[in-house]
Design a protein around this ligand. Structure first.
Ligand code: G6P
Ligand code: MG
Length: 226
């Protein structure tokens, strides 16, 4: 049996914070006088805060000074934090707690690999912080997904080689990062959007213990991909 470890993305996998990012970014777009839709918000998933602002400004065709950008990055995050600090364990996505329980039962360690600088706070809000063997977040990386840095640091925290790591991701950039890191990528969400993933599931309720066990006996990544 192969020793494996798991790296979880946070937003969209463990909790649905995209709706709060949306409300906070929409507030900024309203302030700047252009429309920001839920479809636009899709483009920001898995993307760093700074890059998210750049994408938003492109959508609105707005150019800002560096100073103004910094100001809006702070005000957007303050707005976002108002929602986050109201979060509780009831906002853990279906299947997430059960999957962590199953991993605990199998003796498989897991760490977080998120682009969010608010990741530790969010995990504390939903009472999951203590369960993770390590946290890699937006404060620990110099390169954002799709760069594999966040997951490679995660593998180090697990004391495992990249090919022994399984990554759960809901964003295209995250799946790409996991694949570049030579890890097994599991796409959570729309299969068509995440078709680059090694495996696809609609949500975490679809992940069984037997699927996890199967991963411990696989010799190579992608051997089931056509
Ligand atoms: C996650 C989310 C992104 C968000 C990023 C940074 O990857 O999917 O939508 O922009 O984290 O989050 P932060 O909490 O640091 O602003
Ligand atoms: Mg995500």
């Amino acid at each position: 049996m192969k020793k494996i470890g798991v790296i979880f993305d946070l937003d969209g996998v463990i909790v649905d914070t995209a709706k709060y990012h949306f409300l906070a970014w929409k507030d900024l777009a309203d302030h700047l006088g252009f429309e920001f839709t839920e479809a636009h918000n899709e483009l920001l998933k898995g993307v760093s805060r700074v890059r998210s602002l750049e994408i938003l400004l492109d959508i609105g065709n707005v150019e800002l000074s560096e100073e103004k950008k910094q100001e809006f990055l702070i005000s957007k995050n303050e707005e976002y934090l108002k929602y986050i600090t109201e979060m509780g364990p009831e906002e853990i996505l279906p299947g997430a707690s059960e999957l962590l329980d199953a991993l605990d039962a199998l003796g498989i360690q897991y760490v977080l690999g998120s682009a969010s600088k608010n990741a530790p706070l969010i995990l504390k809000q939903v009472n999951l912080y203590e369960r993770f063997a390590g946290i890699v977040d937006g404060n620990s990386v110099s390169k954002a997904k799709p760069d594999p840095e966040v997951f490679l640091i995660g593998a180090k925290k697990l004391n495992l080689k990249p090919e022994q790591c399984i990554v759960f991701e809901d964003a295209i950039a995250g799946v790409e990062a996991a694949n570049t890191a030579n890890m097994i990528s599991i796409g959570i969400g729309d299969e068509k959007t995440l078709h680059e993933a090694d495996f696809n599931f609609k949500d975490l309720t679809e992940i069984s213990s037997s699927f996890i066990k199967e991963l411990t006996i696989r010799k190579e990544k992608k051997e089931q991909r056509i």
